[in-house]
Design a protein around this ligand. Structure first.
Ligand SMILES: Cc1cc2nc3c(=O)[nH]c(=O)nc-3n(C[C@H](O)[C@H](O)[C@H](O)COP(=O)(O)OP(=O)(O)OC[C@H]3O[C@@H](n4cnc5c(N)ncnc54)[C@H](O)[C@@H]3O)c2cc1C
Length: 559
């Protein structure tokens, strides 16, 4: 980050050198000292600084200069840098003019030439002014900047990817911010309406893919090694637990994640029932700690990479990714979890991403300040989201199909919802229609018992219903149940036979092993799994134990 500037302006080269020298001597650690030989030259420099978003903390300017006096210059400079402190250098004869300037032109201080010794005549005065400037100074944001329309699906995807991957960014809403701002000007100069991402090095991309974003912000998207002991697909709690145990026990381990670490848990505002965190922990915090722990033991994490096929070339297992690259290994752990089911009602698909979101509580809640929002669902995820949204929104309407909240939701959340006056629960209800042309403007929900319909104006509908595994990518290689959950261990038994068709090893499949030896499954994506953070973590850890045993088998066979 460029240091703020202290600028000396004087047409007398000797005085200018002296000011510059004294400023550098005391302040060069914290500030850049620039000099100009006239008011015009100084204004030209200020223009360049302003274009680069650099800050100026202080001007020290001689009053007597041909062409433009010190006061005239400071009045002009104030328009560009209104917060900068203004010091006028004067000779004894100009004292009256300097005093007048303090009153009329808002000069902060006048300094009589010569100012020797600076330790008593200069620095104490400037220290005070700079302290005051620092107390109001907000350093410019140096990270990623995103400019777009609030309800654009692409803007949502980009913001969601950055925030879930813990990349700080500054959001600029094209409709709400003045177009005079530098980011907005660039957004408008590109293709208006599209989402622009500006990176700290000054480069920019229009609506970049997750993979492009990941590369630009320095996340790893390609594997380091040609071969791994263990490839883990999915970095939710199950995948990350396996990465920590696998890597810490010496396995060459790599994790592939298409969106963000933490999986579903990473989208939770506060997990309160995970062992060891009596005050609760946010999903992002839990994911951040787990990632750090896995990396500490040497696990590689590939971001924005989507596993899209699984191939077996005995004794090797090969995971192919969306970009055509492949990961070769001895064993695979599938921990790809589940994601919310789609809500089927008129208008919902069309307005998806334009005010209607699946999950997304953490990314969108702050943007819903003082607005009414509608949430659908009755599980813990909907409950947590309702409590979280109530911190920002003026009203939170929770639409629940069943006749009670407690059927699927933990009691601590039910209690919180019932005691929060901002949350309104609509039982026995379902969404009938979503309204809006370009963006969501209202939602109608109906009571399944009475048939009564209610239309609510809202800018946000957030859906937390059901959950489906996204396992089509494993094709026919692995056995799945009719909902797509991957079967393992005893669930693979066919009648009396505990081993699936085509099974070669001289043993039954391990508890978390799929119908392909060496390919394991853990967490929510597993058939008959318990949908809990602790369960996924437990299964991810246990799977590593079976993986060791499997690796002993293949290595014993000389692979
Ligand atoms: C909002 C919310 C709140 C919750 N609160 C709680 C709670 O308080 N307590 C509790 O115990 N449980 C809670 N749960 C449930 C808990 O989060 C899940 O049970 C847990 O996250 C499951 O972990 P997992 O590792 O099996 O899968 P997931 O967490 O679903 O992670 C799977 C990961 O795999 C990635 N992935 C999927 N397919 C691919 C692919 N083809 N290639 C690469 N990556 C892929 C996904 O992007 C995802 O990151 C909550 C869930 C939600 C959504």
């Amino acid at each position: 980050m460029a240091k703020p500037v202290l600028m000396a302006v004087d047409d007398d080269p000797q005085v200018l050198r002296a000011v510059e020298r004294d400023l550098r001597k005391k302040y060069s650690d914290q500030y850049r000292v620039l000099r100009a030989e006239s008011g015009d030259a100084a204004l030209a420099t200020l223009k360049q600084l302003d274009e680069r978003d650099d800050d100026v903390a202080l001007f020290v300017v001689d009053q007597r200069m041909p062409g433009m006096s010190g006061v005239e210059f400071l009045e002009k400079a104030q328009k560009i840098y209104p917060e900068a402190k203004r010091v006028l250098l004067t000779a004894y004869a100009d004292t009256n003019a300097a005093i007048a300037a303090i009153n009329e032109a808002g000069i902060d201080y006048y300094l009589m030439k010569p100012w020797d010794p600076p330790e008593t005549q200069l620095y104490p005065k400037l220290d005070g002014l700079l302290e005051d400037w620092q107390s109001r100074y907000k350093p410019p944001f140096e990270g990623v900047k995103v400019a777009g329309h609030r309800w654009s699906p692409e803007a949502h995807r980009i913001k969601d990817f950055l925030s879930r991957n813990l990349i700080p960014f500054q959001w600029h809403d094209i409709e709400e911010e003045p177009t005079s701002c530098v980011v907005m000007e660039r957004a408008e100069a590109e293709r208006p309406g599209q989402t622009l991402v500006i990176f700290p090095d000054g480069s920019h991309l229009l609506e970049p893919t997750n993979a492009q974003l990941a590369t630009k912000v320095g996340m790893r998207t390609t594997a380091e090694k040609p071969f791994y002991d263990l490839v883990i697909v999915g970095s939710g709690p199950g995948g990350l637990a396996a990465a920590v145990y696998g890597a810490s026990e010496g396995l060459k381990t790599i994790v592939v994640e298409r969106e963000a670490p933490g999986g579903q848990a990473g989208t939770s505002s506060r997990i309160e029932n995970y062992l060891g965190f009596p005050g609760g922990i946010s999903g992002a915090d839990l994911a951040g700690r787990a990632i750090a722990q896995a990396k500490k033991f040497g696990a590689e994490i590939l971001s924005a990479q989507d596993a899209c096929t699984l191939r077996v070339e005995d004794p090797y297992r090969i995971v192919c990714m969306h970009d055509g690259s492949e990961l070769r290994c001895h064993s695979v752990l599938i921990a790809t979890g589940v994601w919310y089911s789609r809500l089927d009602a008129p208008g919902v698909e069309r307005l998806s991403g334009r005010g209607i979101f699946y999950g997304a509580a953490m990314t969108e809640a702050k943007g819903c300040e003082n607005r009414a929002v509608v949430l659908v669902g009755a599980g813990n995820s909907a409950g947590q989201a309702a409590v979280y949204f109530a911190k920002y929104a003026c009203d939170v309407h929770l639409v629940v199909r069943g006749s009670s909240l407690g059927a699927k939701m933990s009691q601590y959340l039910v209690d919180r919802i019932e005691s929060d006056p901002k949350i309104h629960v609509h039982l026995n209800s379902e969404i009938v229609e979503a309204h809006g042309d370009e963006y969501l403007s209202a939602v109608t929900f109906g009571n399944r018992k009475t048939g009564e319909k209610t239309k609510l104006d809202t800018a946000g509908l957030f859906i937390f219903i059901g959950a489906t595994p996204q396992t089509d990518w494993v094709g026919d290689v692995l056995r799945r149940d009719d909902k797509g959950f991957i079967l393992s261990g005893p669930l693979l038994a066919e009648g009396e036979n505990r081993r699936p068709k085509g099974w070669k090893p001289d043993r039954d499949p391990f508890l978390l092993e799929t119908c392909v030896p060496g390919v394991f499954v853990a967490g929510d994506v597993r058939g008959q799994s318990v949908k809990r953070v602790a369960a996924a973590v437990g299964e991810g850890s246990i799977a590593v134990q079976f993986i060791h045993e499997y690796l002993r088998e293949v290595r014993g066979a000389g692979a």
